[in-house]
Design a protein around this ligand. Structure first.
Ligand code: PAF
Length: 282
């Protein structure tokens, strides 16, 4: 596996692969890779001859006071894990490579409509930073396929919308969330949980699954279901931010007849802000 930091080295390699007729998949990450990321890379290998993993802790998607400085960085071990599973290239640029005119002067991309609610409401500017950096990575790598995790459900919908709106020739694959044995969604931020909080953390997924089971049983009193889950999370020691049943396609408020739903939640547990979701076909 090649590790490259510069735009010139990246693009020389991409040109070579294109010349050889290879398709290219991109797996954008902020590093500190866990089994969830590895599942993205493995799936990417089914869709393209060449897989580029990007490692960039993107400053523009962290709001004031968030964990940009503390965000776990582990490039050596990330690189070893990727090499082991046969990724082709790790692109690990610095800030000046991604934002050559500086962050303040960067051309930005924003996707109105899908970005204001849920995680966008509590993390002002977050999705603006995500779409800006993902668009830049797309222009640098020019992939055929881009792979994202379902755990960041809102993020992958926003990226799909951006791709449609800008007519980018990129197919998005969304990969189911990888979980610990007790159901907790894998996340770099789980490292912030104390032992006691770690024992409580799976309650988030069980609350979402319970809503899912009730929806499948015919319940359509969405608000009551959301409130019950909110209470269960609060009782367990979480500070819920949102619990919402929405139309899976676009996160709009569903009517009683909607048959593709997503149940989304974000909740704080100690220092950690956890998010999770389940998609429910009723
Ligand atoms: O999901 C993430 O890790 C980040 O938001 C992404 C897509 C790599 C952009 O920085």
């Amino acid at each position: 596996m090649r590790v490259v930091e510069s735009k010139a080295d990246l693009q020389q390699q991409i040109r070579q692969w294109r010349h050889d007729g290879d398709h290219i998949a991109i797996v954008p990450t902020m590093g500190n890779l866990h089994a969830g990321h590895i599942s993205l890379v493995k799936l990417a290998q089914d869709y393209a001859e060449r897989v580029v993993v990007t490692l960039f802790v993107n400053p523009t998607q962290f709001a004031e006071g968030e964990d940009f400085e503390d965000y776990p960085r582990s490039r050596e071990s990330d690189s070893m894990r990727l090499k082991k599973i046969g990724a082709d290239l790790l692109f690990a640029p610095d800030v000046a490579t991604v934002y050559p005119f500086g962050i303040e002067n960067a051309t930005t991309i924003s996707v109105p409509g899908l970005t204001e609610n849920f995680c966008g409401a509590s993390r002002p500017g977050h999705f603006h930073g995500v779409t800006t950096v993902v668009a830049r990575l797309f222009f640098l790598v020019r992939p055929d396929v881009a792979v994202f995790g379902q755990k960041d459900y809102q993020q992958q919908l926003i990226i799909r919308r951006m791709i449609d709106d800008l007519a980018l020739p990129i197919r998005v694959i969304t990969v189911p969330t990888v979980r610990e044995d007790d159901g907790l969604a894998m996340s770099s931020r789980n490292a912030y949980l104390s032992d006691v909080e770690r024992a409580v953390a799976p309650v988030l997924y069980s609350a979402l699954r319970e809503i899912g089971a009730r929806l499948k049983n015919g319940r359509r009193d969405y608000e009551a279901l959301e409130e019950k889950a909110w209470a269960a999370l609060s009782d367990a020691g979480f500070k819920p931010e949102y619990v919402a049943i929405r139309r899976a396609l676009d996160l709009s408020v569903p009517d009683r007849h909607c048959d593709e739903l997503v149940v989304l939640a974000a909740a704080h547990l100690g220092r950690a802000r956890l998010i999770d979701n389940v998609v429910v076909t009723v």
